[in-house]
Design a protein around this ligand. Structure first.
Ligand code: FES
Length: 182
């Protein structure tokens, strides 16, 4: 019986095997296609977790006077490589009549690097001033066009409805040229 079964099954079995092999391949391909979703899906929490924790920024390419924006925890973080003039102005403004009094040195770890959450403390718009040519407001910092809040070169609120200075997030310098936010 085994001979017969083998002989008989050999012919049909071959066809059946081919069919099974093709079906298997097709299923495999579909399986692979489907498998992408769970994979991508499972990557989302990882990205979210990453976004929740911290972000590292290489500061080497950021020239003096340049401002860059990075995303952290879904929010824009402004990094301003301040010029000596901007630093002097920010420090001189410590003596100004400040709505949310804070000295410039209490807002930075290194005077040349100002790091802040780029969200207006009024109703959450993203202030202008990060890009070349954008208005920086009356105090040389940032301007929120939503309701007209002006922030100075230290990110302190100076005019308009915003109640607080731009928030300074938790951050640290891992070395001279690497910043970690969060
Ligand atoms: S949200 Fe910025 S001034 Fe209102």
């Amino acid at each position: 019986m085994s001979d017969t079964a083998h002989g008989h099954g050999g012919g049909d079995g071959g066809t059946r095997r081919d069919f099974l092999a093709l079906a298997g391949a097709a299923f495999g391909a579909a399986g692979a296609g489907l498998a992408l979703w769970p994979l991508i899906d499972s990557m989302n929490p990882a990205k979210d977790v990453l976004a929740l924790s911290s972000v590292e920024i290489d500061l080497k390419p950021v020239a003096v006077g340049q401002r860059i924006t990075v995303k952290w925890r879904g929010k824009p973080v402004f990094i301003d490589h301040r010029t000596p003039d901007q630093i002097s102005k920010a420090q001189a403004d410590d003596k100004a009549d400040l709505k949310d009094p804070q000295s410039d040195k209490d807002r930075v770890k290194k005077a040349e690097w100002l790091v802040m959450v780029g969200v207006c403390t009024h109703l959450g718009c993203v202030p202008l001033g990060q890009k070349v040519g954008q208005p920086r407001g009356e105090f040389g910092g940032w301007f929120c066009p939503c309701h007209g809040s002006h922030y100075d070169a230290s990110g302190r609120i100076r005019k308009g409805p915003a109640p607080k200075n731009l928030e300074v997030p938790v951050y640290s310098f891992l070395n001279d040229t690497t910043l970690r936010v969060g």
